[in-house]
Design a protein around this ligand. Structure first.
Ligand code: FAD
Length: 293
């Protein structure tokens, strides 16, 4: 199912994100974890993509198994930054062969080597270039893109970041998923600004349940997200006690999700990180809310 159909439905929706294995040996354990997440019947499951493409086939294998075995729509991520046109065309063909209907079109993070290389030689510099490619080569995917309520780390200012976001939407992006954030007010401010800028597509807030201090450290390194004092206190107190932090992190994420639903958001995406027990607990915490039409 195309996700554009989902956005038309009434009610509240919850989706989960999983990541593919990095090696053959990890494939079965990832597949088992993903199967448990898919069995929770989320509105869709997104499957991330290893930048550089090393695990691209795993992304498709996992996405295909979710669709075929569990009948849950999937969103396959695809990055373009270090790819040639030929490679991207091959991946588009492979997605089509795997029955993928929804693609998250991303640039991918810049490695230190890429930062040093000659950008004029790149086939794709930004996610918008990949969106144009997807539209030209195979115009029947429902395409999503990433957005950053706290600004993409490379952007000079939010106005510029939002202008580039508008270019992605104008190129054919039908929905946007946000980077993680821990203060919902940042999302509400961002929504106000992008709507003012004429971006009207659905925005799916991405919520990351933090289950240990190290995970938060890694996540912050990538996203640079602001940590509210209330959340900092939880991590300072429980961050090195896995079970206690899992409980606290799930409670904090649940609180964020309920607040989002109460403020007009219909779809929330949870960065469930191949942890079925976390996904299950969050779904249980909002089970009655998800039943409200
Ligand atoms: P872009 O939209 O291209 O933006 C990157 C930067 O370039 C921004 O600062 C933007 O303002 C600027 N920019 C855009 N267009 C122009 C232009 N024409 N001229 C000048 N500047 C411009 N990474 C992975 O490797 N695999 C994944 O599966 C993955 N999934 C993700 C899912 C989500 C929801 C999010 C938020 C991120 C994900 N990432 C993933 C990380 C992502 O690849 C990085 O954040 C990357 O640095 C930017 O990707 P983008 O698609 O947002 O890039």
């Amino acid at each position: 199912m195309k996700l554009s159909e989902l956005w038309k439905q009434d009610g509240y929706f919850l989706s989960f994100e999983v990541f593919p294995p990095k090696t053959d040996t990890a494939f079965d354990s990832v597949k088992t974890a993903v199967a448990k997440i898919a069995a929770l019947e989320p509105s869709f499951v997104s499957v991330t993509y290893g930048a550089g493409g090393g695990t691209s086939q795993y992304t498709l294998d996992i996405a295909k198994s979710i669709q075929q075995l569990h009948n849950v729509p999937t969103l396959a991520h695809l990055t373009c930054v270090s790819s040639t046109k030929e490679t991207v065309h091959e991946r588009i063909e492979a997605m089509r062969a795997a029955g993928i209907e929804n693609v998250m079109a991303l640039r991918g993070d810049l490695t230190p080597e890429l930062e040093q290389s000659d950008r004029s030689q790149w086939a794709y510099r930004y996610a918008v270039d990949l969106i144009h490619e997807l539209k030209e080569y195979q115009d029947d995917f429902c395409i999503g893109g990433a957005c950053y309520p706290e600004i993409h780390p490379e952007s000079q200012n939010q106005k510029e970041d939002i202008q580039h976001l508008k270019e992605k939407v104008d190129a054919g992006c039908e929905f946007l998923t946000t980077q993680m954030f821990f203060d919902n007010n940042l999302l509400y401010n961002f929504l106000y600004k992008i709507r003012e800028a004429g971006i009207t597509v659905p925005v799916i807030p991405g919520i990351m349940p933090i289950t240990n201090a190290k995970q938060l450290e890694r996540a912050l390194k990538l996203s640079g997200s602001f940590i509210p004092q209330r959340f900092k206190a939880l991590v300072d107190t429980f961050g090195y006690h896995t079970q206690a932090m899992t409980q606290a992190g799930i409670a904090y994420a649940t609180d964020q999700i309920i607040d989002l639903y109460a403020n007009g958001i219909k779809n929330v995406h949870v960065y469930s990180m191949n942890k079925p027990e976390v996904a299950q607990k969050i779904k249980e915490n909002i089970s009655h809310i998800l039943g409200v039409k």
